[in-house]
Design a protein around this ligand. Sequence first.
Ligand code: SF4
Ligand code: SF4
Length: 285
Amino acid sequence: MNFSILYRGPLSSCNYSCDYCPFAKTKNTRAELEDDKKKLRRFVNWTKENAQHHFGILFTPWGEALIRKYYQEAITELSHSENIRKVAIQTNLSCPTGWMKHCNPDKLALWTTFHPTQISRADFVKKCRQLFESGVRFSVGTVGFTDALPEIEKLREELPPEIYVWVNANKKTADYYSEENINRLLAVDPLFSWNLHAHQSLGESCRAGESVFSVDGDGNMTRCHFIKTRIGNIYDPSWEKALRRQACTNATCGCHIGYVHLDKLNLQPVYGDGLLERIPVDMGK
Ligand code: SF4
Ligand code: SF4
């Protein structure tokens, strides 16, 4: 079978301090990092032991994981595994990038986010250009705060046109965007309207829980990051039995990593092989 897994271990710390984020400048203890490393190792081993299946993996850490060598090593290793079709990670791109040259470029992908309050646009764009020239596949995105609009537009202008720039809508404030601002953000991200509103999902058919699922550091499976009911554990020999087609039980789904699996939106053909790293088929290298 072909599965997509969203993995989130116990790591919860970040080297950046975005003011809207609970992980801003949080730290893990040495013991917590050791625990996270051990659990990540177990997960990587599990993917190898389950060689009868093919996996696409997106790491969605609480905080920044790529500054940790053990994540760099795990991703490098996974990118060379035969039964891994894609290994991707959400990152602020503050990590060194030299290790990426040891990865299989056909399988590595990055979901990078630009945080204008934490790094200058010039430095971020420079790093993206280096990554682009080295052949790494990645998307770039940011939160569409209206006070950052000029910065977002300049980011789009300064990146090579082949790099997809996504914008996450600020959905916390009702009627946050004027029509003019929506149009400006659509000019940056032609797919912005998909993210602008949470999608009605109650009772709707969703691949999360069937071919896509979330896993925590202890192997606990949930159908997605947004429905917390445990459905099984990957370290049980019969873990596949936890997976079946079922309707969504949440009222709405507003995050790209969730709603892209909602059947009614039919977004699979839009993103194709770039679904996990958020690169539409008509963009990216
Ligand atoms: S980079 Fe991401 S995880 Fe870190 S503080 Fe900013 S929003 Fe939070
Ligand atoms: S629609 Fe969203 S919340 Fe519902 S099951 Fe799918 S991913 Fe989860």
